[in-house]
Design a protein around this ligand. Structure first.
Ligand code: 1GP
Length: 238
């Protein structure tokens, strides 16, 4: 079970691959780096609407190259592949658009119930600067140091019954969420907290885990500087 593995520290680092930038024909190099780095799982998704073919082709391509679990991180119900091991069933709690809070969940629920995929319900919280997901998702961005608002959302996520929380600053963010916010939220939570967006060096990644995050996500480093990916994963695991 992927959720259990996140909860009990067996999945501590996830690498995000965007189907818009990666396809079955060019993914070999990056998956080789992921395999070598020791990253524990691969998330497939992006902020822009990606069709099922691009997602399924990428999942299939990844599956041929690694045994690591593949988790869908969908921008819409279209971004689905039955070949993935699990899906982050996202509710963007701080979106001003009902579609991202619950509409997409309603559209995909029956299909997911029928599939044999592990469905992990995730309260998705987008912080400043938010980048593309902040804009596309209509997020009322939470300040990167705004502990009180983060605690409000996280407590609501726990009481509503989400399996996990994903707090992120947006892919490509120049700065991650402040570790003080991660610490305050994690101290108050019984469900695992995953952190991503703007994490580009081993020190920041380690700080997130020391602050109580169950796992961190990196995307941009795998595309821009795969060598750093190995350093980040090593730092997390020591
Ligand atoms: C986005 O956290 C991921 O959900 C990846 O962010 O590309 O900034 O690493 P980066």
């Amino acid at each position: 079970m992927i959720l259990e593995n996140i909860k009990y520290g067996r999945i501590r680092h996830l690498t995000l691959l965007d189907p818009e930038k990666n396809g079955p024909d060019n993914v070999e190099g990056v998956v080789e780096f992921i395999n070598r780095s020791g990253s524990d799982a691969i998330m497939v998704g992006g902020s822009t609407n990606t069709g099922p073919k691009a997602v399924d082709d990428l999942v299939g391509g990844i599956k041929r190259l690694t045994k690591k679990p593949v988790i869908l991180f969908p921008s819409s119900p279209e971004a689905f592949s039955p070949r993935a091991d699990a899906i982050f069933y996202l509710s963007l709690l701080n979106s001003s658009s009902l579609k991202y809070v619950v509409g997409y969940q309603v559209q995909s629920a029956r299909l997911l119930k029928k599939s044999r995929m592990e469905v992990i319900s995730v309260a998705y919280l987008v912080f400043e600067p938010g980048m593309t997901v902040g804009k596309v998702g209509g997020a009322q961005l939470i300040g990167r140091k705004d502990i009180e608002t983060a605690l409000d959302y996280a407590a609501a996520a726990e009481l509503i019954g989400f399996h996990a929380i994903y707090m992120e600053a947006g892919s490509g963010a120049p700065q991650s969420i402040d570790p003080s916010v991660v610490k305050a939220v994690c101290e108050d939570m019984t469900i695992p907290v995953i952190v991503g967006g703007g994490i580009r060096d081993p020190d920041t990644a380690k700080k997130m885990l020391k602050s109580g995050a169950a796992a961190v996500v990196t995307g941009t480093v795998a595309e821009k500087d795969p060598a750093i990916l190995g350093n980040i994963v090593s730092a997390i695991k020591t």
